[in-house]
Design a protein around this ligand. Sequence first.
Ligand SMILES: C[S@@+](CC[C@H](N)C(=O)[O-])C[C@H]1O[C@@H](n2cnc3c(N)ncnc32)[C@H](O)[C@@H]1O
Length: 305
Amino acid sequence: MPAPTEPARIKEVNESYHDAAAATYDSKWGIDFGEIGQDQVTGKIRKAFGEIPPKPFESALEIGSGTGYFSLNLIQAGVVEKVTATDISPGMLETLSENARRLGVAVETKVTEAETLPFADESFDLVFGHAILHHIPDLGKAFAEFFRVLKPGGAMVFCGEPSRYGDRLAVLPKRGATLAAPLWRRAMRASPNSKKEEACDERHELESEVDVHAFAPAALDGFATGAGFDQVHVRGEELLANVHGWTMRTLEGSAEPEEVPMAWRKFAFRSYIALQKVDTIALEPYLPASLFYNLLISGRKPEST
Ligand SMILES: C[S@@+](CC[C@H](N)C(=O)[O-])C[C@H]1O[C@@H](n2cnc3c(N)ncnc32)[C@H](O)[C@@H]1O
């Protein structure tokens, strides 16, 4: 991963990159707000805490909520009641509000960056996020804020953070699939994606500026314990599913989108879900967290500090 630039520049690029991505973000990443989406997010919460908490969190704060993948699915699944969704990108929060209106879900939004939260001390029962920590320049500062705004006994959970090893591992299926793409397209009778080269160069350049960390589990643990959290656990998620996911995404991305057959898309999705189950049952409980593509971290603010 390239050396990080100035914190102010990282935040500025994150805001503009995600503002520009907001309108097509859900379709690009296959974000679902129905049964599939709810199963995915509750599955991650179960892994992070070891169970679905027995009663809903009354007031929750999401950091870097994007278009609402976690907030809106967790509300619908009954894991959280009242959510304040925050993000550095106003565009992402506009899409989140449209999604919430369409689903008939109530959620408050606030544009803010994670290192300085505009909320009073001890305001929330839960602070959570998905795929956000790796964008934040000063994680010591951010975790101190998560701790400050939590009520005593409150919980913290972040999922979908890239592990250092997983980040390197993802390069292999991407390379393999790039080599296999011409053969695959011939089999699918699809032509090469005419916009790919241009979009790729531009995206690659910006991604190297918005993604500022890939974590070793101990380093992630250190940010949470350093801020005062206890009962901190870092777990790993997705290995086979991820290799498969990057392979499928790279193959599909190499072709004109409307020429990828629907039957192939269904096969790719179903096999991804099947491999996720294999990871969950056969690999995640037994292998070290550092081997997996994604990390999940959970912790508690002690009752008395
Ligand atoms: C990869 S997206 C994930 C969005 C959403 N959580 C999801 O899982 O779909 C990262 C989000 O974090 C936001 N973000 C980036 N840097 C941030 C910062 N310093 N503070 C708050 N939000 C930030 C981005 O605008 C973007 O919406």
